[in-house]
Design a protein around this ligand. Structure first.
Ligand code: F6P
Length: 459
């Protein structure tokens, strides 16, 4: 194999450049040229096929910096639908014209579907990334259980169900952690710690909303910020139990910090984030988000009296406040865990291509006896009977729904990933770069500008 291509698809994560760096480093050693396709699958379907040579003369280009968040190749949420045969027939020859013999897609579940049609023409492999940490399985035969009708939950999509196995061994987990997750947890935990002091000083209830769609790994990891209550999408909201806990904590410590995953649902399966419609002055519908909806629900239950009788606030509205951590949890410098394993997975992806593996995922396994190790998995092993890939959910045994905290096993899971996840160089970067005087006299230098002069297109 002499020339391969690489693209980054889906939402960005902090470790994408580290994955590219790992792949290019391995390719340099193997004498393989790597072309980076610009803006994920949007670049593939573009007739000009914009691309960058990432290792001319088998030297990585200097713009490729594994400590920088985002992706120097750009990303998009464009995917190729396997049924779009005409489109595929147009772009495959373009890739072949460029001499591409294999493709590495860096992405999550949507990206696997996007690479499927291409895998019929040349080997395609996936290097995983997602802050949601939802690419993988709790155990290898989990996809066969997706459609067991007796496991379906009311109000949820047909595919939503608690896993059949009541407990798991951590060694069973397929693709233990995805690059990007550790950094997101770091940002979220730091944010929760900072929100705490305001809630504490002003006798308030803080509700912090974090990302993760339908999977609760990010809220689970927020435990490092010591929130009082963690709500994950996998567990339907029990408002009576929550209200009792919040009231108890508020009386005890005069404030409460709640972390809520953006996909949390009520007992009927309805997503809180999509629940409340309000109307702006122009009559447009505004969806308020899970934290806002939870605030509304708690305010309704407690009423103003609860707070005024304790002489802390006049109204529930002023006592309860919400914050979304938002895209800060998806950006910036990746911490050591993400950088290191992202690079390893990128290198592994190159090896898989060289071995002519196709439609395969580079994975990160963990065992109690050996720690982290690289492995791989046929992408189809993630598919259910209908060929669909589902987000991995936090297994019930990782979460204690009575205490609203990670369970014993959940803590073991988090510790395997996050103990020592921050490197000395990360700490040094904060010390030396945050208030670097040079920042005041120079503008931000965008990697988009740096890379632009390297972009080539087909004639
Ligand atoms: O899948 C990653 C993720 O960050 C989710 O956690 C979140 O719901 C979504 O992407 C946000 O996407 P966008 O940046 O397109 O709004």
């Amino acid at each position: 194999m002499r020339r391969i291509a690489m693209l980054t698809a889906g939402g960005d994560t902090p470790a994408l450049n580290a994955t590219i760096y790992g792949a290019v480093t391995r390719a340099n050693a193997l004498g393989i040229e790597v072309y980076g396709i610009i803006r994920g699958f949007a670049g593939i379907v573009d007739p000009r096929l914009p691309h960058v040579r990432l290792n001319p003369l088998f030297q990585s280009i200097p713009e490729l910096d594994p400590t920088k968040g985002g992706t120097l190749l750009g990303a998009s949420r464009t995917y190729v639908d396997p049924s779009e045969t005409e489109l595929i027939a147009e772009f495959i020859p373009r890739l072949q014209k460029l001499g591409i013999e294999g493709l590495i897609c860096v992405g999550g579940d949507g990206t696997i579907n996007g690479m499927q049609p291409l895998s019929e023409y040349f080997p395609c492999v996936l290097a995983p990334k997602t802050i949601d940490n939802d690419l993988g399985l709790n155990y290898i035969d989990e996809p066969t259980e997706w459609f067991l009708p007796e496991r379906a939950e009311p109000g949820r999509p047909r595919s939503w169900h608690p896993p059949a196995r009541e407990t798991i061994e951590l060694d069973d987990i397929i693709n233990f952690a995805t690059p990007g997750y550790a950094t997101a947890v770091y940002v979220v935990a730091s944010g929760v710690e900072r929100i705490r002091t305001t809630a504490e000083s002003h006798r308030r209830i803080a509700i912090v909303e974090v990302m993760g769609r339908d999977s609760g790994y990010i809220p689970l990891g927020s435990a490092y910020g010591q929130p009082d209550i963690i709500l994950i999408p996998e567990v339907p909201l029990d408002m009576d139990h929550l209200e009792a806990q919040v009231a108890k904590l508020y009386d005890l410590q005069k404030h409460v910090v709640i972390v809520i995953g953006e996909g949390v649902r009520d007992q009927t399966g309805h997503q809180l984030g999509a629940a409340t419609k309000s109307y702006d002055p122009a009559g447009n519908v505004i969806y308020s988000g899970a934290a806002e909806e939870l605030k509304r629900m708690l305010a309704l239950r407690f009423g103003d009296d609860f707070f005024s009788s304790r002489r802390r606030h006049e109204s529930a509205d002023s006592a309860i406040f919400t914050r979304k951590v938002g895209h800060t949890q998806r950006g910036g410098r990746p911490i050591k865990f993400d950088r290191f394993y992202a690079a390893e997975l990128g290198g592994k992806a190159v090896e898989l291509l060289v071995q002519r593996q196709n439609n395969t995922i580079a994975t990160l396994q963990w065992t109690k006896s050996n720690g982290f190790q690289l492995s791989s998995l046929a992408a189809n092993k993630l598919r259910d009977q209908d060929g669909k890939i589902h987000p991995r959910h936090v297994h019930p045994s990782l979460y204690d729904r009575l205490r609203f905290q990670p369970s014993r096993l959940g803590k073991d899971y988090l510790m395997a990933i996050l103990t020592n996840a921050i490197g000395n160089d990360d700490v040094e970067a904060i010390r030396s770069e945050t208030f670097s005087p040079g920042k005041l006299s120079s503008r931000y230098q965008s990697m988009n500008i740096d890379i632009q002069r390297r972009i080539e297109t087909l004639p």
